[in-house]
Design a protein around this ligand. Structure first.
Ligand code: NDP
Length: 285
């Protein structure tokens, strides 16, 4: 059996084209959703993520601006910029590209962004809403993964999902979203002692660790759905995921590639959250 490959870039294209039409209609009604991205310093990966977000915004016709600050920017300067953007009615979504330089407290910055403009879905208020299954901005990578499963009509309710990784931005929230969809969820992390056994029992496996090719076919149950979140750059410059694609594709039912998998979906959900922010904000004016 060979897995059905879920191409996030193709799903994203469909969603982005829908959003392009939606934006054109919103603009006719005088609604111009706008995303402001703050990039601090010159981290090459961050620069490339930000440029991907901007290109995608441009493609769908969304206003976006990039505020590029030096790596010497102080926490106070960044916080006061965020407070200004919180007050600026022309800005609907604010995204601070992570990671931040070590002299800046990341959590303080996340909490400074107004929850109504928190299109990354990292603010504790929005995380709390997600935990309690309330309408909110879902964090973009987990939201993208959920959307990939739903667009492929993959059953989640009653399935055993194993999430490898427990970061605040991917592992923890993706497990919560699957729980909200009535999966039975197990988390694995660096202190898990029987990971292989747990993963072998999974109907859905989400791998978000950051270790190239760590999950091979020996971990995977025949027909399981395998979502590879990892992005690892090899010495020869190529990108690869956390899943050994070639072996796992012979055993899994569904599998996402890297690149062209979860990455483009993450950006697409950011755009979706920004449109939602603009609609919420104009309905409260
Ligand atoms: P973090 O480094 O924050 O988290 C990694 C997680 O993996 C931790 O929970 C850690 O456990 C766990 N872990 C580490 N080693 C092992 C191991 N040997 N066995 C089991 N678990 C282990 O990473 P992120 O969640 O931010 O990102 C994960 C990957 O996803 C990265 O490659 C990143 O580049 C990629 N990514 C991709 C995105 C996309 O859009 N496609 C978006 C965001 C991230 P512990 O908590 O115990 O330390």
């Amino acid at each position: 059996m060979s897995a059905e490959i879920i191409y996030g870039d193709q799903l994203s294209q469909t969603l982005r084209d829908q959003m392009k039409t939606e934006l054109a209609n919103l603009k006719k009604k005088g609604i111009h959703p706008k995303l402001t991205v703050i990039l601090i310093g010159d981290h090459p990966a961050s620069r490339s993520y930000v440029s991907g977000k901007q290109k995608a915004a441009e493609y769908i016709g969304m206003d976006s601006e990039l505020l590029q600050l030096s790596s010497e920017t102080t926490e106070e300067e960044l916080l006061s910029l965020i407070y200004e953007l919180n007050q600026d009615d022309s800005v609907n979504g604010i995204l601070v590209q992570l990671p931040l330089p070590t002299h800046i407290n990341e959590q303080r910055v996340i909490e400074a962004i107004s929850p109504i403009k928190d299109v990354d879905g990292f603010h504790p208020i929005n995380i709390g809403k997600m935990m309690t299954n309330q309408e909110t901005f879902l964090p973009c990578t987990p939201y993208g993964i959920l959307t990939m499963l739903q667009m492929n009509k993959i059953d989640i309710a009653g399935k055993h999902a194993v999430v490898i990784g427990r970061s605040n931005i991917v592992g923890k929230p993706v497990g919560q979203l699957l729980l909200n969809e009535n999966a039975t969820v197990t988390y694995c992390h660096s202190r898990t002692t029987n990971m292989k056994e747990l993963v072998q029992a999974a109907d859905i496996v989400i791998v978000a660790v950051g270790r190239a090719n760590m999950i091979d076919a020996s971990y995977i149950k025949e027909g399981a759905v395998v979502i590879d979140v990892g992005i690892n750059r090899l010495e020869d410059g190529t990108l690869t995921g956390d899943v050994d694609f070639d072996s796992v594709k012979e055993k899994a039912g569904y599998l996402t590639p890297v690149p062209k998998g979860v990455g483009p979906m993450t950006i697409t959900m950011l755009l979706k959250n920004t449109i939602k922010a603009a609609l919420n904000q104009c309905s409260h004016e």
